[in-house]
Design a protein around this ligand. Structure first.
Ligand SMILES: NC(=O)C1=CN([C@@H]2O[C@H](COP(=O)(O)OP(=O)(O)OC[C@H]3O[C@@H](n4cnc5c(N)ncnc54)[C@H](OP(=O)(O)O)[C@@H]3O)[C@@H](O)[C@H]2O)C=CC1
Ligand SMILES: O=C(O)C1=N[C@H](C(=O)O)C[C@H](O)C1
Length: 250
């Protein structure tokens, strides 16, 4: 079996530490670099890394991935905060390095990926849909990348089905009481000590409710998805958004 040489960016962080352990324990993978703040991503090629995993912070992840692409290193990215404009800039970078693969995934937990897919399937059959995400209080961004992605998928499914705005008679609300508006879908963010990463998608019709819930109780929940992506990304040149694209879900 040939060994795949892997680097981790954000290696001192909560996710980075877990990824370092997972790579060290994974057959066929070799950890060749563990970088954090102040380390030089532009010199990573010297380590022989073939794939790099980025769990850093939204303000630096684009610069990291750009540096990886320019060195011909594939990227598996879990860091949140990607805008459509930033993704377009990556596509431009990738056009000059057509052999390089980049995966940006808001959530690597297999259950969370399936929950997003189920929500998108269900959305057109319900009058109302709202998303509640619940996380540890050390998280920097709100709403979560997963919740944004979920809301965007619900909005897309509703629009494709020709559904209009959801019923909502609110004419007066305290600041934030109705959550964030993501493409017309309300998203509510809870921050609570003791939590890790959780999401509920509430879908309502007259007389019935469907609740789709996913819980990550521990960061190990993300590791099977990360390792699958590390092994798969070299055969998938260009930009891929969402782990579901690598899971053969149909
Ligand atoms: N896709 C998924 O499945 C998941 C995604 N995430 C996302 O991953 C990201 C990281 O989460 P988490 O691990 O909890 O966050 P942490 O804050 O624990 O980790 C981020 C790490 O990146 C470091 N860092 C900051 N700047 C740089 C830089 N320029 N280069 C390299 N490293 C840098 C930080 O250092 P310092 O502390 O000194 O700033 C820290 O060690 C978030 O965006 C989060 O939402 C999280 C869980 C799952
Ligand atoms: O910061 C976290 O912890 C998480 N971030 C990701 C997100 O913003 O969706 C994934 C997961 O929810 C954990």
């Amino acid at each position: 079996m040939t060994t795949l040489r892997v680097a981790v960016l954000g290696a001192a962080g909560r996710m980075g530490r877990t990824v370092v352990e997972a790579v060290q324990d994974a057959p066929g993978l070799e950890l060749v670099a563990a970088l954090d703040r102040d380390d030089d991503v532009a010199a990573l090629a010297d380590t022989g890394a073939q794939v790099a995993v980025d769990f850093t912070v939204p303000s630096v992840t684009e610069a990291n991935v750009t540096a990886l692409i320019r060195q011909g290193i594939h990227a598996v990215v879990g860091t949140t905060g990607w805008t459509d404009e930033a993704l377009d800039r990556l596509r431009t970078e990738l056009a000059a390095q057509p052999q390089v693969g980049v995966l940006i995934a808001p959530n690597f937990a297999l259950g969370a990926v399936l929950a997003m897919r189920f929500a998108a399937m269900a959305a057109r059959w319900f009058e109302s849909a709202e998303v509640v995400e619940l996380h540890h209080p050390d998280k920097a961004d709100a709403p979560s990348g997963t919740a944004r992605h979920t809301a965007e998928a619900i909005a897309r499914a509703r629009s494709q089905a020709g559904l209009g705005p959801m019923p909502d008679a609110t004419t007066s609300a305290a600041d934030g009481a109705r959550g964030a508006d993501v493409d017309g879908v309300r998203v509510h963010a809870v921050r609570l000590r003791g939590l890790t990463a959780h999401e509920e998608i509430l879908l309502g019709n007259p007389g019935e409710q469907l609740t789709i819930r996913h819980d990550s109780f521990d960061r190990v929940s993300f590791m099977p998805g990360v390792l699958h992506a590390v092994r798969a990304i070299g055969d998938r040149p260009g930009l891929t958004v969402g782990l579901d694209q690598l899971l053969d879900l149909g």
